[in-house]
Design a protein around this ligand. Structure first.
Ligand code: SF4
Length: 62
């Protein structure tokens, strides 16, 4: 169940990094990147917050 950002949907708001700076960062162009694609269950809350706060529905865990 890797954590992923759809680069075609991401518009670079950076809200994911606010939800969890341990899991997300922004690249040099301002788009979201995943720092840890396989986070443990202790991050479930942060992931849910990030998914809920992304205005582009670009974050998935499938
Ligand atoms: S919040 Fe969503 S759109 Fe914004 S940088 Fe993160 S993944 Fe991209």
């Amino acid at each position: 169940m890797p954590l992923a950002i759809d680069s075609e949907k991401c518009q670079g708001h950076g809200r994911c990094t606010l939800a969890s700076p341990e899991l997300f960062d922004v690249d040099d162009d301002g788009y979201g990147t995943v720092l840890n694609p396989e986070p443990g269950p202790e991050y479930d809350g942060d992931i849910a917050t990030a998914i809920g706060s992304c205005p582009e529905q670009a974050i998935s865990r499938t």
